[in-house]
Structures are given as structure tokens and as C-alpha cells.
Design a protein around this ligand. Structure first.
Ligand code: UDP
Length: 237
């Protein structure tokens, strides 16, 4: 598979075309941003860890009947994926109260929700990714009814499978963000699933093992990412 021109550069990844129009290569960087780019930094080896963790989790989801854009890991920092047309809506799934939900509802972090919450955010940096609902998605043509319903259904299935897989590795899946894209007329799970996009707490100590260590300057950021890599993949980078 030959890497061709750069198609898009985001905060954490670069997307390249390949010699196959249906496939792209994702390159994972060490750059870290938070608060919509207001806080910038790097996390050593983050790109390698996020590529490895995402690859393992996409593979595990496929083994459980949930397809994604993932094809294979090409190198430390490169993943080969099906080329999708990304829907401009982020899908967040929550099992425990944390982050923006704690703030919005005036609650402290850490309580388990009596039922799962799915939220949608409009992907637009200039607007700070505002929260929207299904009606906004349909009225503003961000996705069709079929697409958003498919995405929601897949997100809930991912939650079930991922929560169990992580719990067996002593990790609580607090919340996470997914992205979806159109691939030949169906919604496909895309992007990445890693400590940048999930809140992951140690099951016993509730220690944060995710990007909140960077966002909130809690220290031991690299160590937390490595610990997730060890627990999820069974080995180091
Ligand atoms: N998240 C993400 N990218 C974003 C916003 C959120 O991956 O641009 C993830 C975040 O890591 C967390 C979940 O989505 O696992 C819910 O985030 P929240 O709405 O609480 O926002 P935050 O506190 O991260 O601003």
C-alpha cells in the first residue's frame, strides 16, 4: 500500500490518500490539544500508543460483530483504513457522570448513571463543537435519519462490548466519543478509540488513565497512556 498526498491534518492525526481510492492511511501524532486547541502540548509516544490501542479495540469490536474503518496497523504510527466521508457529528456515550455533563447538571464526577446517555456534538471548531440533538442533525442536514439512527445503534453496541472488555482489564469506561462516516452507503465506525477519546478510570482506585491527566495537569500523563496500552493490548509499545 503506497502512501500518497495528505488529505487532511487534524489535531492528533494526519490522513493520507493511498493508491487505492477506497483506502486511506491515518498517521498518529504525539500532539495533544485540549479546550478546543486553547491548551497545546505533546505526550511522548502518544501516537504509537493510540494507534496500537485503537487497532486492538477495532479488531476486538470486529470479533464481536461491529465493523469499522480499520483494516490493519501498517507501522507504529500508521493505520490502514477504509476511506469514509466523516459525518460532522460526534457521538458521545456516557456511563458515569464526568466532564461537561457534571458541569452542565451541577453534579460531582463519578456517580454511575441509572441509564446510558447518548449525546451529539456538531463538529465545528469555530463554534466550539456545540451540543445538538437529533432534530438539529436532521434540520441542518448533518446526516439523514437512517444515518444518525444507525450511528446511535452502533454506538450503544460499542458501549456494551467495550465496557465489558475494559472491565475485565480493571478499567471503568466512564464515557467516550465516537465518529462515524459514510462508506458505500452505510455508516461505519471510524476515527480512533483510545485514551484521547475515552475517559478510563482504574476500577479499584478510580485513578484517571486518560487525557484528563493532560487537560487538568494531573501529571504522569505518559505513564497513564502506557498503562492503558499494557492493559488493553497485553504489552508495551
Ligand atoms: N471527547 C473527545 N473529543 C472532544 C470532546 C470530548 O474525544 O472534542 C471525549 C472526552 O474524552 C470524553 C467524552 O468525549 O471521553 C465526553 O467529553 P465531555 O463532553 O465531558 O467534554 P470534555 O470534558 O472533554 O470537554
Amino acid at each position: 500500500m503506497e502512501r500518497r498526498q495528505k488529505l487532511y491534518e487534524g489535531k492528533a492525526k494526519i490522513i493520507y490518500a493511498t493508491d487505492d481510492p477506497d483506502k486511506s492511511i491515518l498517521y498518529f501524532k504525539d500532539d495533544a490539544t485540549a479546550f478546543n486547541g486553547a491548551k497545546k502540548g505533546t505526550i511522548a509516544d502518544k501516537g504509537i500508543i493510540n494507534n496500537k490501542v485503537s487497532a486492538r479495540l477495532f479488531q476486538m469490536l470486529a470479533e464481536n460483530g461491529i465493523e469499522s474503518h480499520f483494516i490493519e496497523r501498517l507501522s507504529d504510527r500508521e493505520m490502514l483504513a477504509r476511506k469514509v466521508e466523516i459525518m460532522p457529528v460526534e457521538v458521545v456515550v456516557r456511563n458515569y457522570i464526568a466532564g461537561s455533563l457534571a458541569k452542565r447538571m451541577g453534579r460531582s464526577e463519578g456517580d454511575e448513571l441509572p441509564r446510558v446517555i447518548v449525546e451529539y456534538y456538531y463538529k465545528d471548531d469555530a463554534l466550539n463543537d456545540p451540543m445538538i440533538n437529533r432534530d438539529h442533525i436532521l434540520a441542518f442536514n448533518l446526516a439523514t435519519e437512517k444515518q444518525i439512527d444507525e450511528a446511535r445503534e452502533i454506538a450503544l453496541r460499542v458501549n456494551q462490548v467495550l465496557k465489558k472488555y475494559l472491565y475485565e482489564r480493571d478499567i471503568l469506561l466512564v464515557d467516550f466519543k465516537l465518529e462515524f462516516g459514510d462508506y458505500k452507503g452505510r455508516m461505519l465506525l471510524a476515527d480512533e478509540i483510545c485514551p484521547d477519546t475515552c475517559r478510563l478510570w482504574d476500577r479499584h482506585t478510580l485513578e484517571k488513565l486518560d487525557k484528563d491527566r493532560f487537560r487538568r495537569e494531573l501529571g504522569q500523563v505518559e505513564e497513564a497512556y502506557l498503562e492503558i496500552c499494557r492493559r488493553v493490548c497485553g504489552d508495551d509499545i
